[in-house]
Design a protein around this ligand. Structure first.
Ligand code: HEC
Length: 189
């Protein structure tokens, strides 16, 4: 009975040894490779592609104030708060014969909101904007005069920068006449 089993046993032993050897090899192989994998620094991992930046909205070209005028008047001809006025030559008005009035905002109830800018152009010698009179509402700046800053500029010709002509005190006397309309003569549309 034992004899016929011998070759089978030998075969089994050989198989087991063989397998053991194989598995040793593969273990060594794996353990040799593993550190290489682990030592790959995370920084070297390829970064996932960043989200593509959204297309920037095309911005309208920023308006720039006329040379010599304050920045807050930039693009004043596009202000939409007050009607554009044409004042008769014979009105005796102080800022020239033909005027356009522009405002960033209109009255809210009786008064203009904080930050409102009102610009009046006065014509002289063919220059439609030879004189630019400005009122700017700044909360708390001058409660006695409607919290407006008043300033007026002029230029000698359209190629020259504006310079200050007058401001504040010079303006109050007349504009007090419009005190019930927040110191602004031009009526709201
Ligand atoms: C002699 C009177 C008088 C003086 C001084 C005067 N204004 Fe005026 N202003 C007016 C009148 C009247 C109007 C209304 C529109 C018009 O008739 O020109 C006006 C209009 C304006 C406007 C357009 C808004 C509005 O009230 O209708 C601005 C801005 C302005 N003036 C600024 C000034 C500034 C700044 C000064 C001082 C540097 C000044 N004004 C001095 C009489 C005057």
């Amino acid at each position: 009975m034992t004899r016929p089993l011998m070759p089978i046993l030998a075969l089994l032993i050989a198989l087991v040894l063989g397998l053991a050897a194989c598995s040793d090899d593969s273990d060594e192989g794996a353990s040799a490779d593993a550190p290489a994998d682990e030592s790959t620094p995370a920084a070297e991992m390829p970064e996932p592609d960043p989200e593509p930046a959204p297309e920037p909205e095309p911005e309208p070209p920023a308006a720039v104030a006329e040379p010599g005028l304050p920045d807050y008047t930039a693009g004043y001809r596009d202000f939409s708060g007050l009607v554009s006025l044409e004042i008769p030559e014979n009105s005796g008005a102080p800022h020239g014969g033909v005027k356009n009035v522009f405002a960033t905002a209109d009255r809210e109830g009786a008064t203009f909101p904080d930050g409102a800018v009102v610009v009046k152009e006065g014509e002289r010698g063919g220059d439609q904007a030879a004189i630019v009179a400005i009122m700017r509402k700044v909360a708390g700046v001058d409660p006695e005069h409607g919290d407006w800053e008043y300033i007026e500029y002029s230029r000698s010709d359209p190629q020259s920068p504006y310079t200050v002509l007058a401001q504040d005190q010079v303006c109050w006397g007349c504009h007090m006449g419009a005190i019930d309309n927040d110191w602004v003569f031009t009526p709201s549309p």
